[in-house]
Write a new protein. Structure first.
Length: 296
């Protein structure tokens, strides 16, 4: 699927844009399911196991920050990850044996959908090596007005910045951090059906949606099977116990086989401890953490 030039670009810059990953039928099906989910949120008044509600959400005007775990809530999204061009890109970048850590549909409603402050995914869930990435599958056309993903090229090869504020993990970096240079940021725009890729250590964020159009991105966060999570990271798996972890791991295999010989690499790590005041989602972690916004 990927050319050698694309692989080299990803290795050097920590991100990649892949055009037309979804077929027309796949895009139409994904959009239809998402429309049904958003319609279903009209009767919801508090965030629950499926929905994270944004400020201003109502039956008349649904406003979501996220639909949780789409790959578990409709088999289409699991099939998309395991048997499509998405899978080909995954294996090109992470090898034959891969697992999913989580998935989410991030929604920014028109006219002010919530920003995602600048952060590194690695700060939330470090592992024994950093062969982890996130796919962002665009379900709507995306330009600079409706809150696209932004990334700082090469930041995946730099330090892990502090994501702490006032003594607690807050899920965001300070815009005053000397290692954070917003002037280097690249904006990843594209057409519905395109896909972005960013490395787990790449600095990234997205501004509020100030347009009159929705912004919906399906995110898959994936790892090489030999990248094992570190104890203390902000992940549900630490509460499962050994038997529960084993059962859960088998459910998360995308391609290949589970790995029982974790690969240990000399990679920088900062643990997300003391934990965030509210770690139920990145939006709540960032809101409760009180870090100064890089978006003004």
């Amino acid at each position: 699927m990927l050319t050698e030039e694309q692989k080299a670009f990803y290795a050097e810059n920590g991100y990649l844009k892949v055009d037309s990953v979804l077929t027309a039928d796949q895009l139409s099906r994904a959009q239809s399911i998402v429309t049904d989910w958003i319609e279903g949120s009209r009767s919801v008044t508090e965030s629950d196991d499926l929905y994270d509600l944004d400020q201003g959400h109502s039956a008349e005007t649904p406003c979501l920050t996220r639909v949780k775990l789409p790959h578990r809530n409709d088999p289409f999204f699991w099939d998309l990850l395991t048997a499509s061009r998405v899978t080909e890109v995954l294996n090109d970048l992470l090898g034959p044996s891969t697992i999913i850590n989580t998935s989410k549909l991030n929604c920014k409603a028109p006219g002010g959908g919530a920003a995602v402050e600048w952060h590194q995914d690695w700060a939330f869930y470090p592992a024994t090596n950093d062969d982890l990435l996130a796919f962002g599958v665009l379900l709507e056309d995306m330009d600079e007005e409706n809150g696209p993903l932004m990334v700082i090229p090469g930041s995946h090869r730099g330090p892990v910045l502090s994501h702490h504020h006032e003594g607690h993990f807050c899920g965001a970096v300070s815009p005053d951090d000397p290692d954070f240079d917003l002037s280097k940021a690249v904006t990843l725009t594209g057409r519905a059906g395109d896909m972005t890729v960013h490395h787990v250590r790449a600095l990234h964020g997205s501004a509020p949606n100030r347009s009159t159009r929705a912004r919906k991105i399906l995110f898959y966060e994936c790892a090489s099977a030999d990248a094992w999570p570190l104890l203390g990271a902000s992940s549900y798996i630490h509460g499962l116990g050994q038997q529960g972890f084993w059962a859960d791991l088998q459910d998360r295999i995308i391609t290949g086989e589970p790995c029982f010989t974790p690969r240990l690499e000399q990679v920088p790590v900062r643990m997300p401890l003391p934990p965030a005041k509210d770690n139920t989602s990145i939006f709540r972690t960032q809101m409760s953490g009180g870090m100064k916004s890089a978006f003004g």
